[in-house]
Ligand binder design. Structure first.
Ligand SMILES: [Zn+2]
Length: 383
């Protein structure tokens, strides 16, 4: 296969300069002002490379949403490609000056959000620039959201609206384990449970008490018994907290539970079983709130076609692309659930997402940007 865009055309220095600038502006999801400082920078950069910018004011206290577009061909209704990205990170302001400074060590570039996913944002813009320079192509929308790391509560409607009618959704989340591309993701469920009992003095009237902690302990075992490795269902009680003091029978205990569900059938089944859990003691009450935060993103035939095309391009670029299913959720779950062929993990290769070891492999930037740019030009059905 001859490639429309040769990797030598990737502006590596420019890409790296932007990536460093992105990382130097720290952007924890819940700090809308900080996220908007980076949105300002990204907006200016996008305009410089010739993209149209639509900026939508943030809601729910989050930063703004950016939609970067390649200029539209006049009068055509050519199919559109959607790229999904986010500029928020899980790292607090101060991480950069503290435990995770922006630094290069050999092929590695470390920094908060460098891997998840500021590199993806920089790569997507560069890929769009390359498409523009290449000449007429189909339209591309790059949606950059401010709140992905907390489940995209303010941007989900925008993601779903822009996905409608798109030829494909390409997610520039980081690559997995040695450059792998994500072809399926489990759905993510969130469950909060409050167990209510009755307080009593532990020494004077213990028999009057109904321990919420004891009931919660039993409940934890019931919840975790729902784990089913074979079916890919995981139920994890992540936090537990309760009681007011050593000498009081506790009247309240709270649990936070994480659910990973491979498909809608298992999602409905597990949510139903959790909601149906009942205490053994009639004096104990459960308050259960359980819902799917991100729907499962199962591999589809159309999605695999996009993957096959990406794998052929990678071949021509000299590397092997492998697909993988992961338990981690992303905004790709929303688009896949709408039936849009979705490919995820098109960002940089590296490791340590959400940790102080977060880094990318610098050598992955150019080939994977070239992969993305060529994929934009070669998608089945594209011009
Ligand atoms: Zn991410």
């Amino acid at each position: 296969m001859s490639l429309a865009i040769d990797p030598s055309r990737v502006d590596e220095a420019g890409l790296l300069r932007e990536l460093r600038a992105f990382v130097e502006i720290e952007t924890p999801s819940r700090n809308g002002e900080a996220v908007n400082r980076l949105a300002d920078h990204v907006e200016a950069h996008a305009r410089r490379v010739g993209l149209d910018v639509e900026r939508r004011a943030g809601t729910l206290g989050f930063g703004d949403i950016l939609v970067l577009r390649t200029p539209r061909p006049v009068g055509g209704s050519v199919p559109r490609i959607l790229i999904l990205a986010h500029i928020d990170t899980v790292h607090a302001v101060g991480t950069l000056a503290g435990r995770l400074p922006l630094r290069r060590e050999g092929d590695r570039l470390y920094g908060p959000g460098v891997y998840d996913m500021k590199s993806g944002v920089a790569m997507a813009i560069e890929a769009m620039r390359l498409c523009l320079a290449h000449g007429p192509s189909h339209p591309v929308d790059l949606l950059i959201v401010p709140d992905e790391e907390v489940g995209s509560p303010s941007s989900r409607p925008a993601i779903e609206a822009l996905a409608q009618g798109a030829l494909a959704a390409l997610v520039v989340e980081p690559a997995r384990d040695g450059g792998k591309i994500v072809t399926a993701r489990k759905g993510v469920g969130l469950c909060d449970i409050t167990v209510r009992g009755r307080a009593a003095h532990a020494g004077v009237r213990p028999a009057d008490g109904r321990s919420a902690i004891r009931a919660a302990a039993r409940l934890v075992l019931e919840l975790e018994a729902l784990n089913d490795t074979e079916r890919g269902i995981t139920v994890t009680v992540g936090t537990i907290g309760g009681g007011t003091g050593r000498n009081t029978v506790p009247d309240e205990c709270r649990l936070q539970v994480d659910l990973r569900l491979p498909d809608m059938t298992s999602a409905e089944e597990i949510l139903k079983r959790i909601r149906a859990l009942r205490p053994v003691d009639p004096d104990i009450r459960y308050e259960i709130a359980a819902a799917l935060n991100r729907p499962p993103f199962a591999s589809s035939a159309a999605g695999l076609e996009v993957f096959d095309e990406a794998a052929r391009i990678a071949d021509a670029l000299g590397f092997r692309l492998e697909g993988v299913a992961t338990g981690g959720g992303s905004d790709g779950n929303f688009t896949a659930a709408l039936g849009i062929p979705t490919l995820d993990g098109l960002g940089a290769d590296g490791a340590g997402a959400h940790t102080l070891d977060e880094h990318i492999l610098l050598s992955s930037l150019v080939p994977r940007t070239a992969l993305l740019a060529n994929l934009l030009l070669r998608l089945p059905g594209a011009v």
